[in-house]
Write a protein that binds this ligand. Structure first.
Ligand code: ATP
Length: 457
């Protein structure tokens, strides 16, 4: 694999000195400002970047350098960034490391030390790449029921394993079907409360007027039909874990009462006189944007802070590198066994379709599709059509090679970029890290229609 270094430096003298240091061993690109650096990052995919924090329009400060550092780590989290600071600039070096830079180097330039630091960053990048590759070949977590090998999901699992033994109130956020409930159960199963009850309630599924008594319980005679007292979910979780699913949909009127419970750790049953003490660990989940709910006045900010002592952000399936295929294969294995069709496997067009689709319903949607395909497949191979996915029009197992895979991915990325930018070729080419003529060549090659689609009304 070609080793590629991006030098971000606005001083032409230092640029050529640094280029001279490395150009015999590495492919070197140079950028003097943020926009050029980002374009080069997209186009050349360097493994290591040296970043001078003092860039125009703020060459004397570090604001532009920090903004670029943030961009780089967001766009390409695996890239190793070495920040280059002035001699006395320890504070900014520390801040950059805190933001995620892998190392720092102080001017004036010493070729031996700089070479050493850069080589070390390349070694680290290579080790991480190998590690990721290994992880993608097997399930990387021992958490029951969770199939994952992507760094994105493994990091969530590691946090979960640390948080589980504690009693901190945890908020799990993520799109629908990403496994929030599964993770809530795992928090319980890995805690010292695992032998005690796990009580779950879906705040969105119960009508507002019933939710209070479901949660807090009621005393005999509290309302018509209350012929005897009943414990609520909170009490029934005593000693164990209470899981409040879809907390973002909890009505305002109950939010105050829930907040009081979280502060006092006792519940007031509907119609009750005396509070009942309860010892539960609370885990909440929502697929909604809590910040937006708070801004819209639909969710209490004080309650939000109470429930989110720790937050687990579960990435969407499409954001988990390598996981869609891993999860699909594992689902197929168990579903095919259940349905007595153990020899089933995915055809190449199905593999491409699984990797190319964006899974808006996440793992739940994948379960449904794989289940359907397991039933529908006619031979031993499940096709993209069995999954009700588009196979990119390319079928035939014997046609597939790396070039075709790459082309399918290219076609997909170009279509996405065009849609994202409203079919603006200049913006799309920047997003894709290619020049505009290259993008025109590619859209011709793949016969992609570059005119904006009519808006559906
Ligand atoms: N990483 C995973 N590996 C295997 N199965 C998974 C994984 N994530 C989720 N699932 C399965 O996907 C289905 C949906 O998961 P779950 O109900 O936990 O999602 P959710 O995020 O709570 O969804 P919602 O927001 O709609 O309630 C479940 O059957 C669950 O077992």
């Amino acid at each position: 694999m070609t080793k590629r270094l991006l030098i971000v430096e606005d001083d032409p003298g230092l640029q050529s000195q640094m280029r001279w240091c490395f150009s015999s061993d590495l492919e070197v690109d140079v950028a003097a400002d943020r926009a050029t650096a980002l374009a080069s990052l997209r186009r050349n995919e360097p493994q290591v970047v040296t970043l001078d924090l003092g860039l125009p329009p703020d060459p004397g400060g570090a604001s532009e350098g920090f903004a670029l550092l943030d961009d780089i780590l967001r766009l390409s989290p695996m890239v190793k960034v070495i920040v280059v600071t002035g001699r006395e600039d320890k504070e900014n070096a520390v801040k950059a490391i805190g933001m995620g830079a892998s190392d720092f180097y102080q001017k004036p330039l010493d070729p031996d030390i700089l070479t050493f630091v850069v080589n070390r960053a390349f070694r680290l990048a290579e080790l991480e790449r190998e590690n990721q590759e290994l992880a993608s070949r097997q399930n990387g977590t021992n958490i029951k029921g969770i199939i994952a090998a992507s760094p994105e999901m493994l990091s969530v699992c590691r946090t979960l394993e640390k948080v589980a033994p504690t009693d901190v109130t945890t908020l799990i956020t993520g799109e629908t079907g990403t496994g929030k409930e599964l993770l809530a159960r795992a928090l319980h199963d890995l805690s010292h409360r695992s032998n005690q009850p796990f009580a779950a309630i879906n705040c969105a599924a119960i009508p507002e007027n019933l939710l209070e008594s479901e949660l807090f319980g009621y005393e005999k005679g509290a309302f018509t039909g209350a012929t005897q007292s009943k414990k609520g979910k909170i009490e029934s979780a005593n000693g164990g874990t209470l899981f409040l699913d879809e907390i973002g949909d909890m009505p305002m009127s109950l939010q105050a009462k829930l907040l009081r419970f979280l502060q006092e750790r006792s519940v007031d049953r509907v119609g009750g006189i005396k509070p009942v003490e309860v010892d539960v660990r609370v885990v909440c989940a929502t697929h909604r944007d809590t910040r937006r709910l708070i801004d819209a006045g639909e969710f209490r900010e004080d309650l939000y802070y109470r429930i989110s002592e720790i937050t687990l952000d579960v990435p969407a399936l499409r954001e988990r590198r390598g996981d869609p295929l891993l999860v699909a294969r594992s689902l197929l294995q168990s579903l095919a066994r259940q349905m007595d069709r153990p020899a089933l496997s995915f055809s190449d067009d199905a593999v491409r379709a699984i990797n190319g689709y964006n899974w808006p319903g996440n793992v739940r949607e994948m379960i449904n599709k794989v289940k359907r395909a397991t039933i529908m497949a006619e031979g031993k191979r499940i096709t993209a059509a069995d999954l009700e996915l588009s196979g990119d029009g390319e079928t035939g197992e014997n046609q597939l090679n790396l070039r075709q895979v790459r082309e399918a991915a290219e076609r997909n990325a170009i279509t996405q970029a065009l849609k994202t930018t409203g079919f603006n070729m200049a913006q799309a080419s920047r997003l894709l890290g290619v020049t505009r003529p290259t993008l025109y060549n590619l859209t011709d090659k793949y016969r992609i229609d570059t005119s904006a689609e009519p808006v559906q009304v």
